[in-house]
Design a protein around this ligand. Sequence first.
Ligand code: PLP
Length: 421
Amino acid sequence: MMIMKKKICVSVAVFALAFSAITSFSSVVYAKNNDPALARLEQYAAAINEQSKRSIGYPVNHNICLDGFYEWYTKNHLDKLMINNAGDPMKSSALLNSATFEREVLEHFAPKYGFDKETFWGILSFSGTDGNDHGIYFGRNYLETTTNMKPIVYVSKEAHYSNMRLCHLQNLEVRLIDADEHGRMIPEAFEKALEPSRPALVVYAMGTTFKGGVDDQAALNAILEKKKPVAVYRHVDAALFGGYLPFTEMKDMVNRNVNYFDSIAVSGHKFFGMDEPAGLFLTTKEVLSKQRSFAAEYLSLNGDMPMINCSRSGITPLKFWWLINHDGDKHWTNDAKNMLETAKWFDAQLKAFNYPSFIEPNSNTIYFKRPPEEIMTKYGLAGGSDERLGGKLAHLIVMQHVDKKKLQSFIDDLKASLKKE
Ligand SMILES: *Cc1c(COP(=O)(O)O)cnc(C)c1O
């Protein structure tokens, strides 16, 4: 009996082994190397690739074109080095760095937001959030050094949560202003909240996270003009919209010579197609000159350290530079056009069968009545709610990889699911 049992166990084990070899991906490579870690990663890669086919709920680009970059990078053994852009990218540093490329990337983008090549200052940040962190921190320092008073931050309730979080982190008094049903800060509510005896640090939302609402800067500026706070600093949170707007006819929306602002934050991994979190933070040398001086001797070649983080990625600037120099602007112009057209098309498709759907002007974000749970899960959608629009909502963001074919499948699935209800 004992022998029999053992035999069965062995044959089951052999079968299980054979079965796992058949069902696992790229089994040949790791079976040979007998590397269970690689086997696990192969499975992860297969699952992620599968999941990406239905990923339409978040504002990132899954059509990344860094073809050749990694080949160049590893061919030259740069993957053996730690390239670090710690410090001010406008100054030289003794570290192994890619600051020259970072400067070129910043110089490429600065004019698109109306900054002058001679007088702007900026960094490639870690993300939109990191850019907001710098915007709020630089704004606060600017206002405190010029007025000797602590500012109050004004930001709409529907702006990205990072702004509230960062005010808390920086111990700043923040007034959250109500937003209308389009996600825009309500000017009358702003006027009521605005305290003229204190400096005002206003964060304008250039595309709220859920609805893609854009604060009416002209109306809010008129209020600032009327109530005249002792000093004003304007930071624009344009994480997503700030990526594509410069490549459309609406480019003036993010041009500080038309809609004045002191700093702007844009995500690098949303529209531009970076494959890791990254961002742009741009401001002026005038704002930089009002920061608190704090010379770090160990980085003495670089002098003062105005930014929050010490080490910053040296790879990010290289990738960004790669994108710019492989027809970046041409691709981005084409992408922006397609995305905005497809978003409008999708909104029209939903409305065509009387499904409640909304889209703000110049937005790639469509928000609509929350679909049945199976649809939410299948497409990885994010939920929200607004009683003024009938309660529970969901949204979908048309990025580069979200084409009409994918959206048509979504619509077919949605219709089928609604029929079942
Ligand atoms: C995505 C987003 C952020 C956060 O940006 P990250 O790059 O994810 O840190 C901030 N603000 C807005 C408006 C966003 O859409």
